[in-house]
Design a protein around this ligand. Structure first.
Ligand code: SF4
Ligand code: SF4
Length: 490
């Protein structure tokens, strides 16, 4: 078996020692919250797991219908609704239901979307069964691959108008499906190289699954910490007996056998537990940077539509280009790179394309710099006040404190269609706005509480934690206020 230790060099006595998960052999109570419920859920999914291919096939057909059929339908009239127009219904299904619910579900059920419903991951695995099954190359395994993939898809989604045009949806989602199938066809052996290494959504769901209430833990844990196993039952290359982190687990239930003393078992836990104890769950620097950069890019993708600064800078850049005889910036580009829909009164030029890309990358850099500064200050203060470990180790651990507020802000900003629909259905707009504000405030407090628990595990005393928490709180408030237009409207 090819096993590569993925730990970051940090160890500790508890990390590799046999944990309480050895419960099965000793006949003691299943660890975690609500053990009875966990047992029932585990029994249900392992019993009916054999039907998952039918679920995947149905999802695959529905997915193809959703991205292809609207291409052949006329533009929806102004007053069309999801109830009387298929194109509008598909758009609502993607942005009003799928996007917010997948994010919300992570808190309650981890990456259940990936293992149970996602047609792209399943298609990638099907292709893998009949494909070339080549060794997964190093460039795919590079930790930055899913970050690049996320940035490309998120930015392309904005420039081609994925939220408004059927062609944009077909290109972004169809292109992602094609990439997943192609990578599955070429690389890996009975694996999902795409899901582990390249999916733009997978890394996002992986980070937030660490907050989730569901964990798949070894019944009898082997020492050494998480490892990468290219052979074995797990489609995302997790070494089953050494599993500690949730992020790569797509909850396919293949390694779960209720009557066996080996494999994993379903454990329910308090949301946030893994982040609070991140030291024992393979914290990862690339994941933290993704959290910073990805949140900023998504923020830029929302703000360019509403902030006056975007139009001001667009005007300035356009004037500068014309002054320098670069008249081509006023020409539309190819349809696959930018939105060219004269029938919908939207035609992007190279100026628009450049501005959107620059604005999103600018916000990604700004937010990443701000959060890195806040996290670095927290880590430095923690070190001065008795926190153990290196500056880098503390930095990576403390970076996870922003996960709740990043998740809620993404939900509010990019899943805004759900809230718009609730208002359109008759709910008072002020009440919905208050609800959004309460969600952001709750996420900020949650992040603060997680930060305090991370610091406690670093050995920082109760009173000293207040000082180390202050920069983290400032970072969360920075995110909240950046997303504030999503709460109150532009
Ligand atoms: S990682 Fe991506 S492609 Fe794979 S199952 Fe999850 S969402 Fe689908
Ligand atoms: S650890 Fe188990 S449940 Fe998770 S993805 Fe691997 S095989 Fe599936």
């Amino acid at each position: 078996m090819v096993i590569i230790d993925t730990r970051s060099g940090r160890g500790g006595a508890g990390a590799g020692a046999l944990g309480p998960e050895i419960w099965f052999r000793s006949g003691t109570e299943r660890p975690g919250l609500f053990p009875g419920l966990a047992r029932v859920l585990e029994a249900f999914f392992t019993r009916y797991r054999k039907f998952l291919p039918y679920v995947h096939a149905a999802m695959f057909v529905a997915f193809l219908v959703a991205i292809i059929v609207p291409l052949f339908l006329p533009l929806p009239p102004e007053d069309a609704t999801p109830l009387n127009n298929f194109t509008v219904a598909v758009n609502f299904a993607f942005w009003g239901i799928w996007f917010p619910l997948v994010f919300l579900s992570v808190i309650f059920t981890g990456r259940s979307w990936c293992g149970v419903l996602c047609p792209m991951g399943a298609a990638s695995e099907w292709a893998n069964k009949v494909g070339l099954q080549r060794q997964i190359p190093r460039w795919i395994k590079w930790e930055g691959t899913p970050i690049v993939s996320f940035l490309i898809i998120t930015i392309l989604g904005q420039t081609v108008g994925v939220r408004d045009h059927p062609l944009g949806i077909a290109e972004v989602f169809g292109g992602t499906l094609l990439a997943a199938v192609t990578m599955g066809f070429i690389y890996g052996r009975k694996k999902r190289a795409w899901c582990r290494h390249a999916c733009p959504i997978g890394l996002l769901l992986g980070v937030f699954s660490r907050l989730g209430a569901v964990q798949f833990a070894p019944k009898s844990k082997h020492p050494g910490g998480d490892a990468y196993a290219e052979r074995g039952i797990c489609p995302t290359m997790i070494s089953i007996p050494r599993k500690e982190e949730s992020r790569h687990c797509i909850e396919c239930f293949r390694c779960v056998k209720p009557s066996s003393p080996g494999g994993l078992f379903l454990r329910l836990r308090a949301p946030g537990e893994e982040v609070a104890k991140i030291r024992d769950h393979n914290p990862n620097a690339a994941e933290v940077w993704f959290l910073f950069v990805g949140t900023g890019a998504a923020l830029g993708g929302f703000l360019w539509l509403i902030l006056p600064s975007y139009q001001t800078w667009r005007m300035a850049l356009g004037t500068w280009a014309i002054d320098h005889n670069m008249f081509w910036v006023g020409e539309p580009g190819p349809w696959w790179l930018m939105s060219v829909h004269p029938e919908a009164r939207e035609v992007f030029t190279w100026l628009d394309f450049t501005m959107i890309v620059g604005y999103m990358l600018g916000w990604a850099a700004l937010l990443a710099a701000g959060l890195a500064l806040a996290t670095g200050l927290s880590s430095w203060i923690a070190g001065r006040l008795g926190g153990e470990g290196s500056f880098r180790a503390r930095f990576v651990e403390l970076g996870y404190q922003f996960a709740p507020v990043a998740m809620v802000s993404l939900l509010l900003g990019l899943g805004g269609k759900l809230f718009d629909t609730v208002v359109a259905a008759g709910a008072p707009a002020a009440l919905v706005g208050d609800f959004k504000a309460a969600l952001l405030a709750g996420a900020t407090l949650w992040g603060l509480a997680l930060g305090a628990r991370i610091l406690a595990r670093q050995g920082v005393s109760f009173y000293s934690r207040m000082f180390a928490l202050a920069p983290g709180l400032a970072g969360s408030i920075f995110i909240v206020f950046s997303w504030w237009p999503a709460v109150v409207g532009a």
